[in-house]
Design a protein around this ligand. Structure first.
Ligand SMILES: C[S@@+](CC[C@H](N)C(=O)[O-])C[C@H]1O[C@@H](n2cnc3c(N)ncnc32)[C@H](O)[C@@H]1O
Length: 238
């Protein structure tokens, strides 16, 4: 049976603790072997499979929301970089997007991604490059009003060069933040993935002007050996 994650971040543990060891096979690169080994030994991967989530990323938003409580019934949410849909799967029941919780307000979620996403009941999903010139206008049109939460897990494919990856993710994060400033309701929340690496300071400064509180969080589901962290800005000043 799959072992439940303890909540402690054990994903950065050493080789000797691994339960499944993957032998290098002819034609398989060392990096692929390492990836496979990590997947097979990751309790969050096992839990995602068992609980029907499309990826382990689902647990990151779950842990962030358990702490900050922004996915509430009735919330209007925009999920930028939503493929394959783990965050949406978590958000749909929490915001009551299907209207199943009687007596509670019904929420709404719009997801966008470069990639095509299998439909998810209760969500509206569009294939779109958020860096396209008219992308934010399109999302605003689909939204047709204000949002309570803008969340972004957008990440460009890794170039293998740490600083380049960092700058790319910061550009996506900044685009998400400026979009959030335009659409968020007063009191709204902005959540975004960033990579530690130097350029995140300017964004932090900007967010601190626009929101009552800005927190930097590394949820337990985020791998210890990854430089990713999440910025959670609450209480949008409008
Ligand atoms: C880590 S994955 C998101 C996982 C998602 N939160 C989930 O729970 O399933 C990052 C996503 O960002 C998307 N992405 C990267 N650049 C983008 C862009 N310019 N516009 C839209 N999506 C983008 C990628 O296609 C990828 O699917």
């Amino acid at each position: 049976m799959a072992k439940k994650p303890t909540g402690k971040n054990t994903s950065g543990r050493g080789q000797r603790d691994l339960k499944v060891k993957v032998k290098t096979a002819r034609g398989r690169k060392l990096s692929s072997t390492r990836w496979l080994q990590r997947q097979l030994n990751d309790p969050y991967v096992a839990r995602a499979r068992k609980e029907g989530y499309r990826g382990r990323a689902a647990f990151k938003i779950m842990e962030l929301d358990d702490k900050f409580r922004f996915l509430v019934p009735g919330a209007r949410v925009v999920d930028l970089g939503c493929a394959p849909g783990g965050w949406i799967q978590v958000a749909v029941p929490r915001i009551n997007a299907l209207g199943e919780k009687s007596g509670k307000a019904q929420g709404r979620i719009i997801g966008i991604d470069l990639q095509e996403v299998e439909p998810i009941a209760g969500a509206e999903i569009h294939q779109l490059d958020f860096l396209d010139e008219d992308a934010d206008d399109k999302v605003k049109e689909w939204l047709g009003g204000k949002a309570d939460v803008v969340m972004s897990d957008m990440a460009a494919a890794s170039s293998g060069h740490k600083q380049t990856d960092h700058l790319r993710i910061m550009a996506l994060c900044e685009a998400a933040a400026y979009f959030a400033f335009d659409v968020l309701e007063e009191g709204g929340t902005f959540v975004a993935k960033v990579l530690a690496g130097g350029a995140e300071g300017d964004l932090q400064k900007l967010l601190k002007q626009k929101f009552a509180k800005v927190a930097n969080v590394k949820p337990p589901a985020s791998r210890a050996d990854s430089s990713e962290k999440f910025v959670v800005a609450t209480g949008f000043r409008g």
